[in-house]
Ligand binder design. Structure first.
Ligand code: CA
Length: 220
């Protein structure tokens, strides 16, 4: 799952990014409303955390512009302080939820997960199944048959991308895009490292390598 944080308070933005990355999300950060609109408009995010007071373009307008352009990405708005902004105004522009600063990090993560769950439910069950493997994207647990398989946050994120398209070939660049952030400049072969780890835990036959194309989570 890939998140975009649009927040001009650099320290806050970076600490949120650090925390959410540790939760297994790929997180990109921008500090300007126009840049946020541009990035979010590319359509590769699963959720946007959007501050209201931003240089370039304020969060209300960014949100309104995204909705006007037909983007339905979940948006969690950050308001500066209670009473300063009308919560209804935020929701009227098409935000899915809002949080008033200062907020606890734990609450933010819970809201992010709730929005992602709501979205998963709208599209069906949060449990993705393939070849005897069940990936619960809400509880973030994985079972093979009756056995629970314990994965790291990144391993889970890679498996989730494969499970979302079980039976299909998922390219390495797509996995990189959704699991690592845009500042990642390391070796794209990092994906192989995680696929190897997943094979050790789920069984060597669970994930096929399709040479030159990507990986396929076996769905039979
Ligand atoms: Ca701000």
């Amino acid at each position: 799952m890939r998140l975009l944080i649009v927040e001009d308070e650099t320290r806050l933005a970076l600490s949120l990014a650090k925390g959410l990355t540790a939760e297994g999300f790929a997180v990109d950060v921008v500090h300007d409303g126009l840049e946020g609109l541009h990035r979010a408009g590319e359509g590769s995010y699963d959720l946007v955390v959007l501050d209201i007071m931003l240089p370039g373009m304020n969060g209300y307008r960014v949100c309104g512009a995204l909705r006007a352009a037909g983007h339905d990405v979940p948006i969690l708005m950050l308001t500066a302080k209670d009473g300063e902004y009308d919560e209804a105004e935020g929701l009227d522009t098409g935000a899915d939820d809002y949080l008033t600063k200062p907020f606890s990090y734990v609450v933010l993560v819970a809201r992010v997960r709730a929005l992602l769950r709501r979205r998963a439910r709208a599209g069906g069950s949060p449990v993705l199944r393939a070849g005897g493997i069940a990936v619960d994207t809400a509880a973030r647990r994985v079972h093979r048959g009756e056995d629970e398989i314990v994965l790291t946050a990144k391993e889970f994120a890679v498996l989730e991308q494969l499970a979302l398209r079980a039976g299909e070939v998922v390219g390495k660049p797509e996995i990189l895009e959704h699991v690592w952030d845009f500042a990642y400049e390391g070796d794209p072969n990092i994906v192989e490292v995680y696929v190897s780890a997943l094979r050790r835990k789920l069984g060597a036959d669970a994930i096929q390598t399709v040479r030159g194309a990507g990986y396929r989570l076996v769905n039979s």
